[in-house]
Design a protein around this ligand. Structure first.
Ligand code: NAI
Length: 260
């Protein structure tokens, strides 16, 4: 079978962990060349080394997605080393301490917005000129089920992720005639380091076990369970695939029925 991403250049942020790391592995298995970035140097290096050992072309930069100069420098590096970006997976993101809105610090709110929203905006600013010059491309912004519905104790995160859906819809409209598809992915709780940390917080605050904490996190999900990372990452490859050529501007919920 043909590889869906043979020789396509795929830029993935937050590639050192969780969804981003698995996406890098899956896109590589489908023939892609990768531009990977993360704020965590050591973990990113380990991911890139393993992929290169399997013969994948990988360009890396350690960067903070909220920092315009660093994101633009990453774009320049990709231009010089790979000459194209066909697919952008804007995945880097952070949670924040669980708190009701009046207790959430303004600093945490601002930092969450800077990483989760401005980071996506800056990466799109890098990706879109490549795609305009190439005559097309696909962008997938990682939002959240909290980008579609309220998330108690996570209002800063929910606000930032709703904004990602807005950015996605506007850009989809703007670039549709240029053959650039822009979609958002809205997963609910999936076992990655981010959710492990959240379970830890719920557990220590409530004096309950990790399993009980996960149970309380998932009690609102009709399927009654968290997702596995592969259930989310397969949708990244599906959403950006060339055969998925008529889907744009969508906020794709993968949430066990949470927002049904
Ligand atoms: P993760 O914590 O395993 O991975 C996130 C990666 O982003 C890490 O490698 C981290 O170092 C990197 N990162 C954090 N801040 C950064 C910054 N300022 N600049 C560059 N890289 C940075 O988390 P996970 O779960 O894989 O999250 C990936 C995306 O999926 C995030 O946008 C998250 O909000 C979203 N998401 C996750 C859900 C889940 O249940 N795990 C549910 C819904 C959305």
């Amino acid at each position: 079978m043909d590889k869906r991403y043979q020789d396509q250049v795929v830029m993935i942020t937050g590639a050192a962990s969780g969804f981003g790391k698995m996406a890098a592995e899956r896109f590589a298995a489908e023939g892609a060349k990768l531009a990977l970035s993360d704020i965590s140097e050591e973990a990113l290096g380990a991911v890139a080394d393993a992929l290169r050992a399997n013969g994948t072309t990988v360009v890396t930069d350690v960067m903070d997605v909220s920092d315009e100069a660093q994101v633009m420098a990453h774009g320049a590096h990709i231009k010089e080393a790979l000459g194209a970006i066909h697919v952008g997976i804007n995945n880097a993101g952070i949670g924040h301490n669980l708190a009701p809105t009046h207790m959430l610090t303004t600093e945490e709110f601002d930092r969450n917005y800077a990483v989760n929203t401005r980071g996506v905006f800056l990466c799109m600013k890098v990706q879109l000129p490549f795609m305009l010059a190439q005559g097309g491309g696909a962008i997938l912004n990682v939002s959240s089920a909290a980008g579609l519905t309220g998330a108690s104790m996570l209002s800063g995160y929910a606000a930032a992720k709703h904004a990602v859906v807005g950015l996605t819809r506007a850009a989809a409209d703007e670039y549709a005639r240029k053959k650039i598809r822009v979609n958002a992915l809205c997963p609910a709780f999936t076992i990655t380091p981010m959710v492990e940390e959240m379970a830890e917080q719920v557990s220590s605050r409530g004096g309950i076990s990790r399993e009980q904490a996960l149970g309380s996190i998932t009690s609102r999900i009709p399927m009654g369970r968290v997702a596995q990372p592969e259930e989310i990452v397969q949708a990244m490859l599906w959403a950006c695939a060339p055969e998925n050529s008529f889907m744009t501007g969508q906020a794709i919920a993968l949430d066990g029925g949470l927002t049904a």
